[in-house]
Design a binder for this molecule. Structure first.
Ligand code: GLN
Length: 192
């Protein structure tokens, strides 16, 4: 495929995303500052801690230039904390936490409970064939509202856990931790 895919590398499970993308033959770029955005064809926002990543976006001077690229339709995939950072509305966020608002979702942080309440479940994901996708949930956000233009690709107990709007794909679980490449593949194929 040979696409140049940025991985936001401020905090979180960056290495795991890089490894999955390498399996798909994508050329990855660690995005740590504004210069790293030059020439990328897509970006992945990893799981981690959205409040910390949000603060570091400001420290790194990345918030405005990344918002500008996203507004110009840069394809983006966000997992867990990454989903929170891409959502239109963040509930139970910290007051100083910002999000890019490029997918019309309202998400509530840590709504599946504390770290000990993390869980794993097999998921049926639209477009990924009959084999279940392992869903690893760690203090995951719950999607409380889905905008009209958002497609829900997977649900747990009726709640959306994988969603897409145009070039933006988000999951409240961590495909990068289960090592299943199919969601990253779907993202790259749908946008590049
Ligand atoms: N609870 C984290 C947050 O609010 C997300 C957890 C995760 O990415 N595993 O950012």
């Amino acid at each position: 495929m040979g696409a140049k895919v940025g991985v936001l590398a401020l905090q979180g499970d960056v290495r795991e995303h890089v490894e999955l993308l390498a399996e798909l033959d994508a050329h990855t770029v660690l995005v740590r500052g504004p210069m790293d955005l030059a020439g990328i064809d897509a970006i992945v926002l990893p799981g981690g801690e959205s409040t910390t990543i949000s603060l570091l976006l400001d420290t790194a001077g990345l918030r405005a230039p990344l918002a500008e690229r996203l507004a110009a339709d840069l394809p983006a995939m966000g997992t867990c904390a990454g989903m929170i950072l891409l959502a239109a509305e963040v509930l139970d966020g910290r007051a100083d936490q910002g999000s890019f608002g490029v997918i019309d979702l309202s998400v509530r942080r840590n709504a599946f409970g504390r770290q000990v309440d993390s869980f794993e479940v097999d998921l049926a994901v639209a477009g990924l064939g009959p084999d279940p996708v392992p869903g690893v949930f760690i203090r995951a956000p719950i999607v409380e509202r889905v905008g009209d233009d958002v497609e829900v690709l997977a649900r747990v107990d009726g709640r959306p856990v994988a969603c897409r709007q145009g070039p933006i794909l988000v999951t409240s679980f961590h495909p990068e931790l289960s090592g299943d490449v199919r969601l990253h593949d779907l993202f790259l194929k749908s946008c590049l």
